[in-house]
Design a binder for this molecule. Structure first.
Ligand code: PLP
Length: 393
């Protein structure tokens, strides 16, 4: 073999995603792209806000010297200050410039955090269903991913987390609004989780971190609010990005925010800065740092996603699909009408609908639809969704 056994294995494990891509491309070539209903990818299809494009133009036109040079690993101080001020408001906590590390997206942020906190053999507890890449990221840093069930409506099951918190757990990793379920965790459940982690940290005489992955924080519906985690638990770390809320996932820009009340704040920040460097990120992209600093608080028009969510939920409900309506993000995670979600996803594919089986997210018996697609894709797919469910009635 010319590549590592582990990567070879991971390629096989991730192969259903590749197969989906290949199948999608094959179907689009045969039937034409407009006749294939692709709900498989969380790639935002709403344009970045005008303020982002304006800031990008101005910043790109700046001819000052040194704008493309290396910088401190955590990022430009003035950018970290702008981000810290914004996060302070969101989290109701006095977050300082030094508590912020600019990263290559939330994916980069997660890897930097896990590199910093994990020792070989440590476990990371994740409420399921969860973002499929977490398993790879935890493995990158010698840890093992351990999942714990959520309630039937995908809210946090604190009793189940209590049971699953064994002495090897170094971190609990949550994601709200959630990919793939769209669930938003309540302030009450986060407070309970915080109290539980404080008690278990004392019991095991070691810090259990709460890591919150929040790239969908600004994509929320019906006036829902995403509660902060800093007031729920001191040893908490946020990672997020501008990929979804500014529609710029290709630009690879995000950040980590450390709770200023964290017990080992300084070593944590020092570790995160070093990890950003030694993972090869070195620093987050320079120009994008300047742009996001200029547009703090700006987001895409979430009204577009709200409309798509309504179209999809109303249409599928009429056809008899069962689901929990998402409170945030742009995913719907309906129940598969048959227990075997992979078989149902194949039946959808026969109708030229591309979806992802829930099994891939630790949520068997469901399937994921990413509704960051044109309205017409949703509307035109409805007859096909109808034919697919009727096959199993
Ligand atoms: N976390 C979740 C839950 C996601 O859905 C994604 C991307 O889809 C990421 C992290 C990574 O996003 P990025 O690295 O672009 O910020």
């Amino acid at each position: 073999m010319t590549i590592s056994k582990k990567i070879e294995l991971f390629i096989t494990k991730a192969s259903w995603i590749r197969r989906m891509f290949e199948e999608g491309a094959r179907l689009k070539a045969i039937h034409g792209p407009d006749n294939v209903f692709d709900f498989s990818l969380g790639n935002p299809n709403v344009d970045p806000p005008p303020a982002f494009k304006q800031a990008l133009k101005e910043i790109a036109g700046n001819a000052a010297a040194g704008l493309h040079a290396y910088m401190p690993n955590p990022g430009y101080p003035f950018v970290r200050k702008a981000v810290a001020d914004f996060v302070s408001g969101e989290q109701q906590a006095a977050v300082a410039e030094n508590d912020i590390i600019m990263t290559c997206g939330a994916a980069g942020g997660l890897n930097v955090i896990l590199k910093t906190i994990l020792d070989p053999g440590d476990a990371v507890l994740v409420p399921a269903p969860y973002f499929v890449e977490y398993g790879f990221y935890v493995d990158n840093h010698g840890g093992s991913l351990k999942n714990v069930a959520t309630n039937p409506d995908f809210t946090l099951n604190i009793d189940a987390i209590d049971q699953a918190l064994t002495p090897d757990v170094k971190a609990v990793l949550i994601n709200s609004p959630n990919n793939p379920t769209g669930q938003v965790y309540s302030a009450e459940s986060l407070a309970k989780l915080g109290a539980l982690l404080a008690s278990k940290s004392r019991q095991f005489s070691r810090t259990i971190y709460l890591v919150s992955d929040e790239p969908y924080r600004k994509i929320i519906y019906d006036g829902v609010r995403v509660p902060g985690i800093f007031t729920a638990y001191p040893d908490s770390i946020i990672t997020t990005s501008y990929s979804k809320d500014l529609s710029i996932p290709g630009e690879r820009i995000g950040f980590i925010a450390v709770n200023p009340a964290a017990a080992h704040r300084n070593s944590l920040i020092g570790g995160l800065s070093l990890a950003n460097r030694i993972l090869g990120f070195v620093n987050a992209p320079a120009m994008m740092q300047r742009v996001v600093a200029a547009v703090q608080g700006t987001a895409v028009d979430v009204g577009h996603y709200a409309r798509k969510r309504e179209l999809l939920c109303t249409g599928l409900q009429k056809l008899g699909y069962k689901f929990v309506k998402p409170a945030g993000a742009f995913y719907l995670f309906p129940k598969s009408p048959i227990p075997d979600d992979v078989e149902f996803v194949r039946a959808l594919q026969d109708e030229l609908i591309l979806a992802v089986p829930g099994s891939g997210f630790g949520g068997p018996g469901h399937f994921r639809l990413a509704f960051c697609v044109d309205d017409a894709v949703i509307t035109n797919a409805m007859p096909a969704f109808g034919r697919a469910i009727r096959k199993f009635e």
